[in-house]
Write a protein that binds this ligand. Sequence first.
Ligand code: FAD
Length: 406
Amino acid sequence: MIQTPEPASGTTSEADIAFRSEVREWLAEALNGQFSHLRGLGGPGREHEAFEERLEWDRALAAAGLTCLGWPKEWGGRDATLAQQVIFHEEYAKADAPSRVSHLGEELLGPTVLAFGTQEQKQRFLPGIRNVTELWCQGYSEPGAGSDLAAVSTSAYLDGDEWSITGQKVWTSLAHLSDWCFVVARTEKGSSRHHGLSYLLVPMKQPGVEVRPIIQLTGTAEFNEVYFDNARTAADLVVGQPGDGWKVAMGTLTFERGISTVGQQIRYARELADLEAVARKNGAIDDAVVADRFDKAWVGLRVLRAHVLRTLESGHDGASVDARTAAGQASVTKLLWANWHRDLGELAMDVLGAPGLIADAEGDDLNAWQRMFLFTRADTIYGGSNEVQRNIISERVLGLPREARP
Ligand SMILES: Cc1cc2nc3c(=O)[nH]c(=O)nc-3n(C[C@H](O)[C@H](O)[C@H](O)COP(=O)(O)OP(=O)(O)OC[C@H]3O[C@@H](n4cnc5c(N)ncnc54)[C@H](O)[C@@H]3O)c2cc1C
């Protein structure tokens, strides 16, 4: 039987042991009590599940001092060490706690404001993220600017003491539920590529913003088209210097998928073990090819885990990592987890066999495996597609010739 990997953080310091106990006990009490119905809910492809209740859950976590752990104490964090952050994500995943609704603020915008924002911006936005009173979405991609983000054409100009923003974003996850959007917009007329862009913080609930949901393969809609038509935001809500938004936008991407990938692997191990149980029950595991794919998946998970832990450690405790190595590590991590999870979705369909092709006749809905199979097709696209990751590794890390640019 496939086992959930043991905790990675082999730390023995008293503070870490006490921290693990605090987290474990809080989660056990909450998930056996008031929030027991939320176990395992939410996440990519399942964001529609119990959204309001999960929002309440996030706020309870905040009240217990368990959000934004790595942030400085002055901004409501705990100055938690890397080991403690790993412990939190391990315990969170092992407890099968619900997927967070405020992750884009906590993991992307918050660290960006801490790194590049003004004191006023920190005061204005960090408490709302820390206490989960304001939700954020990411306004980067456009119909003509996805992998090639420097092709952004949404434009903004200063009109008195406000920015006026016009253009279209697409694939904006959770925009329909968000209060704010961090938007990459072209603020210097006639500029091109990564020059002349600015990183604007834009309120979503205003007449100039229209959000149109996009229905996914799964039948649910968790990302959107977002139209800005003379949308407004205050002149001082630009992070970094106007025109220097590329640097800030790239900074945000370096925060994407950091420590939380440790918890992700524990969830993947659980999915693998659950699928193995299905395969044993319906006999699919007796097929040698299927059994071999399970073995390979188990090994793949170990490889992913070793890689992520090594990556986290290499940038820690003063060890310096040059930009090239960091880019390579991030791209390898993305390739490993995205391909692993996509392959698991395919394995699930093969394990289910013909019944996997039929939607639930009763509820006219997809079961968890079908939903997982369909959504994992997106894993190799968002956060940088497979092809883009391979380009980064080949060009920036291995020094192979650059591909032709238009
Ligand atoms: C589930 C999901 C959630 C998302 N959430 C958000 C969000 O919240 N905010 C946001 O801003 N964006 C979001 N995105 C968008 C995501 O970042 C883009 O889909 C991604 O960057 C790819 O861009 P694109 O879709 O425009 O495809 P394109 O860039 O048009 O790529 C099309 C295909 O061409 C390939 N390709 C592109 N360039 C090259 C190249 N140079 N060499 C080789 N192959 C290449 C790609 O790999 C891909 O297979 C989300 C996407 C998904 C699927």
